[in-house]
Design a protein around this ligand. Structure first.
Ligand SMILES: Cc1ncc(COP(=O)(O)O)c(C=O)c1O
Length: 415
């Protein structure tokens, strides 16, 4: 199949088992026979906006009442978090920032940049904005407006075409949906992109990663072809145990990296973009042009800074627990786990079910067993089969894996 000749919507509709069918309604050229949108969303960290407000709020209340979550959903409500931030700032003697200027925020930006092996970093209100700024800087530098991506990339699926609407960029889908992007995809690109944006790990493949050798070859290929290489590191923190190398080693060879402050770290929001000094100078300009210069950035940065070390220290254990949980679930022949073995603290599970009925079951399990077992039940390209994203995180370390497996399997019981 020569997927590059298909429209984006057609490509998404045709490219494999998962094929993001729940997202087709968001794409410009959605396939005519698209399935109905998935129902039920807890609005957990990293999940996409779900159902209308009353249902969603109810859902979140139920999730917060649970003793633990299999989805790394928010475990604290915002009022508790804001009090913690205020107390933490008070203890540090930090009073305020103005448009992100001030020693505290700048040293946090430096901290992230140095950790990832780059010259400078810039706080961004969202990862979406961080990456748009990065792509725009590269496009203007080279006049090449083609961005090479994986078809499941956040740019393509979840940003309402902002790369093209705001910046006149064009996405070229380089790889098939079913595997991470590789060096040969860049070499064989129909049109050479100015930049390749690679998601590490690939969320819609259950957190799959290139092997270390594949990643190194990809870096080398981009360098040799003069293609800028950007990392969508929304979940970069979770890759470290798989590669068993420092963050700086993993990032070496990328021109820029974005990391999320709310996924895995658990802050209230925000992101950091890192790169070379001139690149970050330009990116700051684009943050401003995007309307991203918040008058006070301190609450976001403090929320991340006060938990960063603890979150990173927890990760090897999280990945281990994801392995145990995924293998426990895979032992039931009604469930299919992707990938096996899991590579990060996240993975996806596929099984037969009807989303509305599953939402009811999920809520019953939350009330009766105190475990939050799923956020959304996304339709897949296989009629009657749904997809769920699971992730082990804070709070899950106190859960017996057998209890977690039992709770998840209760989803399959008759209502
Ligand atoms: C892979 C990936 N990239 C980028 C983003 C964008 O992050 P933000 O929500 O901060 O805009 C997300 C968010 O879900 C993501 O999953």
């Amino acid at each position: 199949m020569t997927h590059r000749h298909l429209s984006r919507g057609e490509f998404l509709a045709l490219s494999g088992l998962l094929a993001g069918s729940s997202f087709l309604s968001h794409t410009a050229a959605a396939a005519p026979n698209k399935p109905p949108p998935a129902s039920g969303s807890a609005g957990a960290r990293g999940a996409k906006p779900g159902p209308a407000k009353p249902e969603r709020a109810q859902c979140e209340r139920l999730m917060w009442q649970c003793r633990a979550s299999l989805t790394q959903g928010a475990t604290e409500d915002l009022s508790t978090e804001l009090i913690r931030i205020g107390e933490w700032l008070g203890r540090q003697g930090i009073a305020a920032d103005m448009y992100g200027y001030g020693e505290f925020i700048q040293s946090f930006e430096r901290n992230i940049a140095e950790r990832l092996g780059f010259e400078e970093g810039c706080f961004m209100p969202t990862g979406t904005m961080a990456q748009l700024c990065a792509l725009r800087v590269y496009a203007d530098e080279s006049t090449n407006r083609i961005v090479g991506v994986h078809p499941s990339s956040h740019h393509v699926l979840h940003e309402d075409d902002s790369y093209s609407v705001l910046h006149g960029l064009r996405a070229e889908m380089l790889a098939p949906w079913s595997r991470p992007l590789l060096a040969r995809d860049v070499k064989n690109a129909q049109e050479r992109p100015g930049v390749v944006s690679v998601e590490l790990p690939v969320r819609w493949l259950g957190g799959q990663l290139q092997t270390w050798e594949q990643l190194e070859e990809l870096k080398r290929t981009c360098r040799e072809l003069g293609v800028k290489f950007h990392m969508d590191g929304a979940r970069l923190w979770e890759c470290q145990p798989f590669y068993n190398r420092s963050y700086a080693d993993i990032c070496r060879g990328f021109d820029s990296v974005y990391v999320s402050l709310y996924k895995t770290v658990g802050a209230i929001g925000g992101a950091v973009l890192v790169g070379g000094r001139n690149f970050i100078k330009e990116a700051r300009l684009w943050r401003h042009r995007h309307g991203g210069n918040l008058f006070q950035m301190l609450p976001y940065v403090a929320s991340a800074a006060m938990r960063l070390e603890e979150a990173l220290a927890r990760l090897p254990g999280d990945v281990q627990r994801a392995k145990s949980l995924s293998e426990g679930l895979a032992a039931d022949s009604r469930l299919t786990v992707l990938p096996r073995p899991v590579q990060t603290s996240m993975f996806h599970v596929f099984f037969r079910g009807e989303p509305a009925a599953l939402v009811k079951q999920r809520d019953r399990i939350a009330r009766e067993q105190g475990l939050w077992v799923a956020d959304e039940f996304n339709d897949t390209r296989v009629p009657g089969v749904v997809e769920v994203e699971l992730q082990t995180g804070k709070g899950f370390e106190n859960v017996d894996i057998k209890d977690a497996v039992r709770a998840f399997l209760s989803l399959l019981e008759p209502a």
